[in-house]
Write a new protein. Sequence first.
Length: 533
Amino acid sequence: MSDKTKGTIVVLGSGPIRIGQGIEFDYASVKCVQALKKLGYKVAIINNNPETVSTDFDTADRLYFEPLTPVDVMNVLSVEKPLGVVVAFGGGTAIKLAKYLDKQGVKILGTSADAIDLAEDRERFEELCDRLGIKRPKGLTVFTEVEALEAAEKITYPVLMRPSYVLGGQNMIIARNSADVKEYMKIILRSGIENPVLIDKYMEGKELEVDCICDGHDVLIPGIMEHVERTGIHSGDSIAIYPASFNPEIEEKIIRQSTDLALALGTKGLVNIQYLIYDDGNGDDLYIIEANPRSSRTVPYLSKVSGVPMIDLATRAMLGENISDMEYGTGLYKKPNYFAVKVPVFSFEKLMDVDTHLGPEMKSTGEVLGIATTREEALFKGMAAAGWKMKTSSNTSDSSNGVLFSVRQSDLPELPALARKFYELGFTLYATTGNAATIERSGMPVTHVAKVHENYHENVMTLLESGKIVYVISTSAKGRDPVAESVKLRRLAVERDIDCLTSLDTANALADCLASPYSLENASLVDITKFRN
């Protein structure tokens, strides 16, 4: 078929975003360009992120290295006169332009601008969830500090605060009191917001996410991913396990609600849905966190481990093909006979003064993949590949096999079980006063360590300097105050090349890996293509 009959399509990239956070969207953009060219279209891409493959001279037919702003994009479109524009593969940067382009009469390929707004608009999305019988945490929309304080009191603390149309969890926090709300709103209002701030009840539970491909009539779910860390940590910073393991009732509910939501949103292409499983007193139930009708960070990972070429199928669906006519069927794609674990990689040693404490704002700069026939070995391989030292008491000297605990008050009930894992592995336990008392009550010997304000000469800082500590487990404070002692402790751990874990779930996963029979010497070498066959 000639180029004249097919025409040109413009693909919007992600633009320059935070270090290491553009690669997944770049993958999606490049795969989309390849799929469109394969279908016989000419493709022009707009992206001004120099680290990406999408800005290589030979990726698209034409590259516009222009800012992704309304004026610059419209200038390109006036030259190209495309059949349509693809906004779904450039993350939040591209999605934000959908409403503007739609008003200018530009054809948005795939999910409509109105459907994108439906997923982002608090009131419209809540109405949709109510109509579909999908539970979600209580939430309100605010513009001012006074409204935010009133909303937080009404919802009850802790609350999750975030701007709408957010990317990478930027400027998201968990506020535990009114002081947090005031501090947050000052920062947000100072930067100037066009869209409202969303305030949700923070519900602590198991988090999972689903990527769906939809053609407006049918839905294909390549896989369900389960996070090791509970809600409150950005999905980009969480360890994700595929396939997820839930009881059949929950799994059936995930598939049904994801299908209903994708269809109700009018999705044509990809939609990423994040859920949490929360015990509301009547047993575990499913709650939706958010839905993003675009490519997500998990798409490259899930495409690789499921064997489903998600961007290729989504691009075809955007152009009107039926999923039922493609070779992967509909519903939940078959589960593999292996496990794949995505583990984030961080660059804190290269970024001065950044707190290593993880939360709803993304901080990772990459990811690695562990694949094995068992969940335990896949997790071990992923954590080892991500740079965790995997030291045990057997491969460290008695004078340098310490684990230091300094966790917040709300984590104390779970501390004894975690400490026991390290104690039974032969590690020497160290802890700050409150932590130490909790561990001692459970019958384990522990060395009390003073905080800096308690003893200037012998404290947690001098302990890290001594070389006795292998791992630090610190969940104290939120990390927005660089002079806070917990922040300084974590920064010193980075400078001394000591592994620092800021989530009890990550620490438990590490302890389980150290207790497993796996090591760098006996971990199996696998070929994922043979696994699939």
